[in-house]
Design a binder for this molecule. Structure first.
Ligand SMILES: Cc1cc2nc3c(=O)[nH]c(=O)nc-3n(C[C@H](O)[C@H](O)[C@H](O)COP(=O)(O)OP(=O)(O)OC[C@H]3O[C@@H](n4cnc5c(N)ncnc54)[C@H](O)[C@@H]3O)c2cc1C
Length: 417
């Protein structure tokens, strides 16, 4: 077997997305020698894992990469995919990170001398610290019963969906109502395709409320700055699916009851499959109610803030449920219903199968405090709720990266952390 060559560096960053390159920016600013190892190309996920009509769900002003805030003409708009990539490329070009593309990390481990080893197929990097910035959305989750679906029905995972023409003729059942599921359903619906939706437990959010984007209000209220350990139930907060709404065509909220009243067939969550038979839990009304509750909770927070601060803001019409399921369906036969494909939008998990250090807790989540791992020399960045709501997004990844690099700097110089 070919002996791998060894290289020495102070810090290795794994992952060349916005989190990895934010870390690189601050490491460079502190003159800390480092490398960024990216198994594909920089910003791979934004370039390859999103669909053609993708637009940000968060407003452009929330794009706040290190010293690279959004400077375009539409701070309250929602960049489409190409503009997001231009924004990211501009950031990378602004400081020229020491990025090694096409280098997959296959093992990270600690050494007896307190250093860490980061192994790629050709090389072993020996470093004082490693920052895992491999994202929260690496491995797609699909229920095991999907294997029992009749092979004549096409199965597509949300990472592979790019455009309506990827879907075979006939009815497509979209499963899941996180951001991907609801927006992909809308993409198919707007293209005039036959689509139906299995509704999960994801919450939803208003878009424009009392005259402003709900995210603007929530930012002003301070919601995005509340750290995870100050949330009433940190574990539940961390496990929550993102609220669904859209940035497409200038941005709008998505009320599935509205779609149902226009003819979209809704079902409860899929709980089993046998050949052509698709079985559902009878929880459609319950799941729609839960999504409305989260919507109304956000509206309530904004109303309270407006009252408290005595802000003059337009009133909204009283909320009404536009549609109720006539009766819950517990089963459909795909062949009889003309269903020819299933688009799985059932979520993602981070993949740390290559991380050999004992630093993961329940549900495979890293044990850390704002990205500083419990194990020596081990750091994380870019995870959802690493510190606040914005940690896994454009909004706050820079602040977290600066915090993590500050800790590394202290440990390298021997200053008390
Ligand atoms: C559908 C969807 C919509 C989103 N919409 C928004 C939005 O509107 N606004 C917002 O702010 N955020 C949004 N996000 C969240 C977030 O901004 C993105 O997920 C973003 O890509 C996270 O950046 P990251 O650098 O943390 O991770 P990633 O972009 O996933 O980058 C991680 C990188 O690590 C690399 N990697 C993984 N494993 C290895 C390995 N073993 N060795 C080497 N390299 C490795 C990958 O190739 C990848 O390039 C969205 C996410 C999704 C999935």
């Amino acid at each position: 077997m070919k002996e791998k060559y060894q290289k020495f560096v102070s810090v290795v960053v794994v992952g060349g997305g916005q989190a990895g390159l934010s870390a690189s920016y601050y490491l460079g600013k502190s003159d800390i020698d480092h490398v960024v190892l990216e198994r594909s190309e920089r910003f791979h996920a934004w370039k390859n894992d999103r669909w053609d009509s993708f637009c940000l769900v968060t407003p452009n002003w929330q794009c706040r990469l290190p010293d690279w805030e959004y400077k375009g003409k539409e701070p309250h708009g929602f960049m489409p995919k190409d503009e997001i990539i231009d924004y990211l490329e501009g950031f990378a070009e602004s400081f020229d990170p020491p990025l090694h593309e096409g280098v997959q990390v296959i093992r990270v481990d600690q050494r007896p001398d307190g250093k860490v080893e980061v192994e790629s197929p050709d090389c072993i990097w020996i470093a004082s610290a490693v920052i895992m910035a491999t994202g929260s959305y690496d491995r797609q989750i699909k229920p095991t019963f999907a294997e029992k679906l009749d092979p004549s029905i096409t199965q597509i995972s949300s990472k592979d969906y790019k455009r309506p023409s990827d879907i075979p003729k006939g009815m497509c059942m979209v499963v899941g109502t996180g951001q991907s599921g609801v927006q992909m359903m809308e993409d198919l619906w707007l293209a005039g395709r036959k689509v139906c939706l299995s509704v999960g437990t994801a919450p939803r959010s208003p878009r424009i409320y009392r005259g402003r984007d709900a995210t603007d209000w929530l930012h002003e209220i301070g919601e995005y700055a509340v750290p995870i350990d100050q949330q009433p139930n940190p574990e539940a907060t961390e496990a929550k699916t993102n609220h669904y709404l859209s940035g497409r065509d200038g941005g709008h909220e998505i009320d599935l009851r509205d779609y149902a009243s226009k003819g979209l067939q809704l079902y409860g969550t899929v709980d089993d499959i046998n050949g052509f038979d698709i079985h559902f839990s009878q929880n459609l009304e319950e799941n729609l109610d839960k999504a409305d509750e989260s919507y109304l909770r956000i509206c309530g927070m904004i109303d309270d803030y407006i009252d408290r601060m005595k802000i003059s803001a337009p009133l909204e019409p009283k909320f009404e449920k536009k549609w109720h399921p006539p009766k819950e369906t517990n089963h459909v036969n795909a062949m009889e219903s003309g269903i020819t494909s299933i688009l799985w939008c059932t979520g993602f998990v981070a993949d740390y199968s290559w991380l050999k250090v004992d630093c993961l807790g329940p549900r495979g989540r890293p044990r850390h405090k704002r990205g500083i791992g419990e194990a020596e020399g081990i750091y994380f960045l870019g995870l959802n709720w690493l510190h606040t709501w914005g940690s896994g997004r454009f909004l706050s990844v820079a602040e977290d990266a600066e915090h993590v690099v500050e800790d590394i700097k202290k440990s390298l110089t021997g200053a008390p952390c």
